[in-house]
Design a protein. Structure first.
Length: 361
């Protein structure tokens, strides 16, 4: 056990696989640890960071990360290791006496290997180690052989640019994420019957080394003791891992990533009618190539903030907390997709607005 180093958990997985739900529960239940979180979200507004802020972090800070959340503006850690990730890690190292653990949530299509390699940089390796890389998989999508909740939309975006002949498929990306994994979390297990659960287990057994275990969970609930303290030191074995991404570079092909084709936009509204908002989002998902939509809504005069998340055709919504005194009651949604018709999205969602002016709680 490397007791003299800060342990870091890297969580990877496709959009909608359940990473944020898993991390929210991990942070909420790890009451005896001071956890710093690095969120690597794609888009203009870091919804995942906002969701994680709802958890009782106990990491003291003095700057933009007073709540223990560090946000990276670029959606791909593997493209910005030197520019963004390493400086954030240096900040955390400076505060190592007040941090027990670091959790890093990668974007949906980020590759874990370049990130783990950064832990071998001398200034990081001296103070930090990778406790584990956790790959979160959508159980029903794996059982169906689609790998992600809405693979067709992602495939359409990839094929739209014929110059990217080697742009990785979802299966290749999944292989690369699994290759670096020390633990696999299969989410949405409640949606799997015995036959499909067995099929997912067989699929994983054929791809994972014997020492890498798979844990089936429901509602993102997993014992924090199972997710931390693995002491895998993944950085020590990362160079021996060969990925599809490495093969493309070895062949001399240009560097490109599937997420290069993503568009993102933010819609800001005042108070809304929840039913009209959900109906509008469903309408837009049917009209456009929208991979993911998520955010917060100020519902009428209700005292609580509503979380709204859409993956594929599924839209979930729930109230997560009370609006704070003096906090601006507003609706903010981020849409991630391909060739988004921004004017149309604003037009449809504006019909759900019942008070154009945001009012303080």
């Amino acid at each position: 056990m490397q007791l003299d180093k800060i342990h870091a958990t890297v969580v990877t997985g496709f959009l909608g696989s359940g990473k944020t739900t898993l991390l929210s529960n991990l942070i909420r239940n790890a009451t005896d640890k001071r956890i710093a979180v690095i969120v690597n979200e794609f888009g203009e507004m870091d919804i995942d960071a906002e969701l994680l802020r709802g958890c009782p972090l106990a990491c003291d800070g003095e700057d933009e990360a007073e709540d223990g959340i560090f946000e990276l503006a670029n959606g791909c850690i593997c493209c910005t290791v030197e520019e963004e990730f390493v400086p954030v890690m240096k900040k955390l190292i400076e505060k190592r006496d007040s941090i027990d653990h670091i959790v890093i949530e990668t974007s949906g299509l980020a590759l874990p290997k370049p990130l783990v390699q950064a832990f071998n940089w001398p200034e990081i390796k001296q103070h930090c180690t990778v406790d584990s890389v956790i790959a979160v998989l959508d159980g029903p999508a794996i059982a169906a052989g689609t790998w992600a909740a809405d693979p067709q939309a992602v495939a359409t975006a990839r094929l739209a640019d014929t110059s990217l002949d080697h742009d990785p498929t979802l299966e290749e990306l999944l292989d690369d994420q699994l290759a670096a994994a020390d633990l696999v979390i299969v989410s949405k297990a409640d949606q799997l019957d015995d036959r499909r659960r067995g099929a997912v287990r067989a699929w994983l057994t054929a791809r994972l080394p014997r020492q890498v275990k798979a844990l089936f969970i429901e509602n993102g609930e997993a014992d924090p003791e199972l997710l931390t303290g693995l002491d895998s030191a993944t950085e020590d074995r990362i160079e021996a891992i060969t990925t599809h991404h490495d093969a493309h570079h070895a062949a001399g092909e240009d560097h490109a990533h599937a997420h290069d084709h993503f568009d993102a936009m933010v819609v800001a509204l005042g108070a809304v009618d929840s039913q009209r908002l959900i109906a509008g989002m469903q309408q837009l998902i049917g009209e456009q190539t929208i991979y993911r939509a998520k955010g917060f809504a100020a519902v009428g005069d209700k005292p609580m903030r509503q979380v709204v998340q859409a993956v594929g055709e599924r839209i979930a919504h729930y109230f997560d907390r009370l609006w704070e005194a003096g906090e601006t009651r507003a609706t903010r949604l981020v849409f991630i997709g391909h060739d988004l018709d921004r004017a149309r999205i604003r037009e449809v969602l504006s019909a759900a607005e019942i008070d154009a002016a945001a009012t303080p709680a």
